[in-house]
Design a protein around this ligand. Structure first.
Ligand code: NAG
Ligand code: NAG
Ligand code: NAG
Ligand code: NAG
Ligand code: NAG
Ligand code: NAG
Ligand code: NAG
Ligand code: NAG
Length: 301
């Protein structure tokens, strides 16, 4: 094995060690929620949604500006219309709706649990959001001026009264930038189809949290992360022309391909790049980065 790939392996194993040891602190990552925080509570009926939420400040999601959203009981947010879809679809859907899905599955809040949300335009929640984003995305000098927190607190899965699953999504915006934080607490093994991440119209941008389409994996969401904070995922999502016109930055990656796939086929290249990108985002690569393959002539054996 060459020295380069040796170092890469060491780095990755250190990351997973720190995840395991910090796992029990995960609930502290939740932003304030519930009636104590003054949230609006969703109706406790299956497959329902919040009333129309008029956003105090527009939220730009991959180039589309939204002035409203719905918090849907089945674990997702949509913008143009509410969604009662309880059977999750796997990303990329290549569909006609933008969706942010902290945990899209069949949730039955008529059995147990509370779904609630709140917007903020001032105070300590904005300070906290500013600090979190400046930590995860240094160099932007970001200041949050609007936050929406939506929380699923100890909700039941459909037909499984007593199962308790807790998660939260935080939308953050300020000076033309948009971010999402997803926070996971204790999550029960999923009984129904599950999917977590986000997807856009025609899937021009999407991200699926690795492992999240496997119900047996759901309890591990509590110690999964892309920002080295167990249970938390952070994404920059305004997208649009700025992120597509990034200057070409080049980093070198050495990888060993262990199964045969003909890389003269462009579809195979796309698949390899997509898997590589999802893996790198897991370890902190900004999700706006586009990977390109460059042909390199091998001159030394
Ligand atoms: C769900 O959204 C629709 C469309 O805005 C609305 O008519 C309905 O009342 C909402 N459900 C609840 C419980 O507010
Ligand atoms: C959203 O609100 C902004 C002003 O706050 C307005 O300029 C824009 O047209 C609105 N967008 C939509 C889709 O309603
Ligand atoms: C903070 O925002 C709330 C609405 O969430 C508003 O009622 C309050 O007046 C604001 N306070 C200040 C100091 O701007
Ligand atoms: C960071 O932003 C603040 C206001 O949000 C501004 O006063 C300050 O000059 C900025 N600093 C840099 C280095 O851009
Ligand atoms: C999505 O794709 C369809 C067909 O490929 C196209 O007609 C439509 O304009 C696209 N929508 C957006 C928002 O790009
Ligand atoms: C979405 O579907 C269209 C055809 O309807 C196809 O051309 C495009 O490549 C698909 N995009 C993705 C991301 O699958
Ligand atoms: C589903 O997740 C469980 C627990 O993490 C794991 O043991 C199993 O291999 C996964 N199944 C698939 C098909 O990935
Ligand atoms: C956290 O992840 C490790 C493996 O990475 C797993 O063994 C452990 O059970 C997980 N803990 C929880 C609470 O999901």
């Amino acid at each position: 094995m060459s020295p380069v790939s040796h170092y890469l392996l060491v780095f990755i194993s250190v990351l997973s060690l720190s995840r395991v040891t910090e796992a029990q602190t995960a609930p502290a990552i939740f932003y304030p929620f519930g009636s104590v925080a003054g949230d609006t509570v969703n109706i406790a009926v299956e497959d329902e949604n919040s009333t129309l939420i008029n956003l105090w400040s527009p939220f730009v999601f991959f180039g589309r500006m939204y002035n409203r959203t719905y918090v849907n009981n089945n674990g997702h947010l949509t913008f143009n219309q509410p969604s009662s879809q309880f059977i999750s679809q796997y990303f990329p859907i290549n569909g006609s709706e933008d969706i942010i899905a902290p945990l899209w599955t069949d949730i039955d809040v008529s059995m147990n649990g509370i779904i609630s949300y709140q917007q903020y335009s001032n105070g300590s929640v904005l300070t906290r959001a500013t600090q979190d984003i400046d930590q995860y995305f240094p160099g932007l000098n970001f200041t949050a001026n609007w936050v929406l927190v939506a929380t699923w607190d100890r909700v039941a899965y459909f037909y499984h009264s007593g199962t308790e699953t807790s998660f939260q999504v935080v939308l953050i915006s300020g000076s033309d930038l948009s971010f999402i934080l997803i926070n996971y607490g204790d999550c029960a093994v999923g009984y129904n189809v599950v999917q977590a991440g986000y997807d856009t119209i025609n899937s021009t941008a999407y991200f699926k949290i690795p492992g999240s389409d496997n119900g047996s994996f759901t309890p591990n969401l509590k110690n999964s992360t892309n920002v080295n904070v167990p249970g938390r995922w952070a994404f920059r999502v305004e997208g649009g022309p700025d992120q597509n016109n990034l200057q070409e930055n080049i980093i070198g990656i050495q990888m060993r391909v262990t199964s045969f796939s003909d890389l003269r086929e462009s579809a195979n290249i796309e698949t390899v790049l997509e898997k590589l990108q999802q893996e790198l985002i897991k370890y902190g690569l900004p999700n706006s980065v586009k990977l390109k393959l460059r042909r390199v002539q091998k001159t030394q054996p």
